[in-house]
Design a protein around this ligand. Structure first.
Ligand SMILES: [Zn+2]
Length: 322
């Protein structure tokens, strides 16, 4: 099948009590790892591209690699999505350039300005058969070159969502309920420690999610910054010359719970980066004489595939839904 929008996959996800994974793609191995897992698990998927990915890999290369995945995985519904579109021009360029979904992130702007920018993107996108994700509330963390401190982050205000959605006409809404971008989602001071000394983050604000869902029945909600920063990868990195003390993510059980509610799309990026880095660090340590990139990129791609398969089955619940 050709690239699809997220309309049908979100409707099925909402009704079926699961979420679709949205994974960031930056190179061929990542595209292959993700889509091979989705093909084997019969899972729909959103492949998303950030501004940083376009700067790194070039728009055309990314689109063509995703088109190759569409061809290689004929049973998998794949949406190609712009992650964190910063302005109308970037969204327009992706809409004109073959994407089926774009995010306009004007969440750092005042409410009325966010509405105005989002509405403009929605009008252009809908006229071209493309869907739009918008954002209300501000996540903490680091996303490409945008860094938001915990103090400057803010939970979504449920009382604003109906007006925002009806005025903008957006198709899905990213909200802030305590997830965060990057591999250092919380400072140790924000966390408690369990008996093993492992940091436990503050719980997600399910009360905010429930209030939003009550006000927007049937409307797809999106969670950004939803990597779990598996301790296994952090330990591998640290055991093989890396230095990532106190890296911490969102517990998988909480994401599983959100996926059963109105959350239809869960963004996972840092876990892919960690899987790749951990695998390559270990490989270099064990094979100091190897220098063929295929030798270490092959297990790295396999690590992405294994990690994504785990997410599809145990976190998102979207396996068998394609
Ligand atoms: Zn994000």
């Amino acid at each position: 099948m050709p690239l699809v929008t997220t309309t049908e996959m979100f409707k099925k996800a909402y009704d079926g009590g699961y979420a679709v994974g949205a994974f960031n793609v930056n190179n061929m191995e990542i595209v292959q790892g993700i889509t091979e897992a989705c093909q084997e698990q019969h899972a729909p998927v959103v492949l998303q591209v950030s501004k940083g990915a376009r700067a790194y890999a070039n728009h055309t290369y990314l689109v063509k690699m995703v088109e190759a995945a569409v061809q290689e995985c004929p049973d998998v519904p794949i949406a190609l999505h712009l992650d964190h579109g910063p302005d109308f021009e970037t969204c327009k360029s992706c809409i004109d350039g073959g994407f089926t979904s774009v995010m306009i992130d004007a969440s750092s702007k005042p409410f009325d300005e966010n509405v105005e920018i989002t509405k403009k993107v929605v009008e252009y996108a809908h006229a071209h058969g493309v869907v739009v994700e918008a954002e209300l509330g501000t996540l903490a963390g680091v996303e490409d070159d945008v860094k938001v401190s915990a103090e400057d982050s803010s939970y979504t205000r449920p009382e604003e969502v109906e007006e925002f959605v009806s005025r903008t006409g957006c198709d899905s809404l990213a909200i802030a309920i305590g997830t965060s971008h990057g591999a250092y989602k919380f400072t140790p001071e924000q966390c408690t420690r369990n008996e093993q000394g492992i940091l436990v983050p503050p719980p997600l604000r399910f009360d905010v999610l429930e209030e939003v869902s009550k006000r927007l029945p049937g409307f797809p909600i999106v969670l950004h910054g939803s990597s779990s920063v598996p301790q296994k990868f952090v330990d591998m990195i640290n055991a093989h010359g890396g230095k990532m003390p106190d890296a911490i993510g969102i517990p998988e059980e909480e994401l599983r719970q959100a996926a059963k509610l109105s959350v239809c799309k869960i963004n996972i990026d840092s876990d892919i980066r960690l899987a790749i880095t951990a695998t390559i660090r270990e490989y270099f340590d064990e094979h100091p004489d190897h220098f063929d990139p295929r030798q270490y990129l092959k297990p790295a791609r396999q690590a992405v595939k294994d990690m994504v398969a785990h997410k599809l089955i145990h976190v998102l619940g979207c396996n068998g839904k394609a």
